[in-house]
Each structure stands twice: as structure tokens, then as C-alpha cells.
Design a protein around this ligand. Structure first.
Ligand SMILES: [Zn+2]
Length: 283
């Protein structure tokens, strides 16, 4: 499933080809994805130019010249590809290498100069929304801080954790506090910062929140970088595995020795999710 680093990689893959492009025609192959597609979808998009492609948590945001914003969530299997001459590009191939059957091409956006953007989604857990630019803040009112933004640092994390009895691991996954940290990244960041996933969030000292916020950024940036590498590896390996998972220090390593101290990595369930950690060096 695409997480924050994967969605950001898709954004970076699309932006150079689509920013500035004018939408000439929109074709919907069906009326719904996970939810119904917005009313008058084609009509509202046609003629507009894509001014910028942004991202908030796992949402791609296509800013349009007519003051509308097209929001796209990739769900489990949503992928974009660009067709047409030099612009041909498949920025979603790195996280899902199954051949894209055109049977699952649901939304086609055509631009000038015969370039087109295709949204393909086998399982249809993805969705799209269309709203006015001034409704953007309202749309994300319940969403937490971006972990890769400058605003996210030790002070911000300390403030978020203050007074919270919930374990730090569960707190990191709360999208209303911090948007976009998945289970893998939470486990890996806590390992890097040597903090126990069981520790109540409110008990973290200032120095610990500083180390943890830095660890979160480091893990996410590394994943972003490896996202690119995985693309090539997927092709080389015939689609078995990317490089990313070989970089995990704790995730999926229960019963194996800790890379730092040699103690055995443990796994337990926290709020319905598997937590991996080293009981010896994460305190
Ligand atoms: Zn250890």
C-alpha cells in the first residue's frame, strides 16, 4: 500500500510532466472508485491548467488554474501513468509492479500535445474529490502536522506528546497528531531513537522528542530515496522485492538479533498493529 514516501515519490514523478499542462478532455470509464466520482467531474476539469501538484499526508493535490483542487488518494492499488511521447512515465511502478491491465484504467485526462494521464486502480480503494481552493484548509482540519515539514521538530513533538498516557508508538500513528507515519516507519524511528514503543508519550523528555523527531525525518527521507532505487530493483528482480525492506532494522525481524546489541527482537500487538522492538536498547 502506498504510504507517505511512496505518494511523495509519485508526486515528484508527475510534477515535471504535468505542471503547466492544460486539460483538454476528461473521460470516466466508470462512475465510482471507492466513492462516487464528483458531480460534473469532466466539465469542471476541462479547460483548466494544472498549476501545481502538491501533497498533504497521503493525498495528492492537483491545483488548477480555475481555483479548484483535484484531490487523489491512491488507496491500496491506485497508480498514475503518463502516456504520450517524451512524457511517457510510470511513477507508480515502484510500489506495485503487477502489470497494469487497461481494464482497470478508470480515469483518463487528456492534455494538449497528445499527452495523457491515466488513473489505474485494480482494487478501487482509491478515490478522488474536487473542491474549491479556499476549502482546502477545512478539508484537512482534522489532520496532524506533516512530519517532513520544518514545523515538525522536537518542540512540536514534545507539545503533541505532553500529558498523553497512550504509548508513544500508538501516538505516532494518530493521523490527527502527525499525518502520514505508517506502522513500519513508527517502529523503525523508535528503534533509531532507542525509545521503547510502550513508553507513555507524556513521559518523553525533551531530549527524547528531539531524537525521535529527527529519527522520523531520517527514516522517511531514507524511504523516499529508496523508493527511487526500488523502481530499478523491481525491474531487475522480476518484481519479487524492492531494496526498501532489506533496510529494516526491526520491522519483520522478530526473533532475530538486534543489529546494535544482539538481543532478540520482539513483536507484540499495540492497538491492533504489530510492533517490533529491541527490549534491551529501547527504553
Ligand atoms: Zn538492541
Amino acid at each position: 500500500m502506498p504510504e507517505l514516501p511512496e505518494v511523495e515519490t509519485v508526486r515528484r514523478g508527475l510534477a515535471p510532466y504535468l505542471e503547466g499542462a492544460k486539460i483538454a478532455r476528461v473521460t470516466l470509464r466508470r462512475k465510482d472508485l471507492r466513492f462516487p466520482l464528483p458531480a460534473s467531474f469532466s466539465k469542471r476539469l476541462t479547460g483548466a491548467r494544472i498549476t501545481k501538484i502538491g501533497r498533504r499526508a497521503k493525498y495528492l493535490l492537483f491545483h488548477l488554474s480555475n481555483d479548484l483542487v483535484l484531490l487523489s488518494h491512491l488507496g491500496m492499488s491506485g497508480r498514475f501513468r503518463i502516456e504520450g511521447g517524451k512524457a511517457a512515465n510510470n511513477p507508480g511502478a515502484f510500489y506495485d509492479d503487477t502489470p497494469a491491465s487497461t481494464r482497470h484504467d478508470h480515469v483518463l485526462i487528456e492534455f494538449d500535445a497528445k499527452k495523457r494521464l491515466i488513473y489505474n486502480d485494480t482494487r478501487r480503494f482509491g478515490f478522488m474529490e474536487l473542491f474549491a481552493k479556499n476549502e482546502l484548509t477545512k478539508r484537512f482540519v482534522n489532520m496532524g502536522i506533516e512530519p517532513l515539514s520544518n514545523e515538525f521538530n522536537g518542540h512540536a513533538l514534545y507539545a503533541l506528546c505532553k500529558g498523553k498516557k497512550a504509548p508513544i508508538k500508538t501516538t505516532l500513528l494518530d493521523q490527527g497528531l502527525i499525518a502520514g507515519i505508517g506502522n513500519i516507519y513508527a517502529c523503525e524511528a523508535l528503534y533509531l531513537a532507542k525509545i521503547s514503543p510502550k513508553k507513555p508519550a507524556g513521559k518523553l523528555k525533551r531530549e527524547e522528542t528531539r531524537l525521535l523527531s529527527a529519527a522520523i525525518k531520517k527514516i522517511l527521507k531514507k524511504a523516499l530515496k529508496l523508493g527511487g532505487s526500488t523502481l530499478r530493483d523491481f525491474h531487475d528482480a522480476g518484481g519479487t522485492a524492492g531494496r526498501f525492506q532489506h533496510e529494516f532494522c526491526v520491522y519483520g525481524r522478530a526473533g532475530k538479533p538486534c543489529l546494535r546489541c544482539g538481543s532478540l527482537i520482539k513483536c507484540f500487538t499495540q492497538a491492533g498493529r504489530s510492533t517490533f522492538y529491541c527490549p534491551n536498547c529501547q527504553r
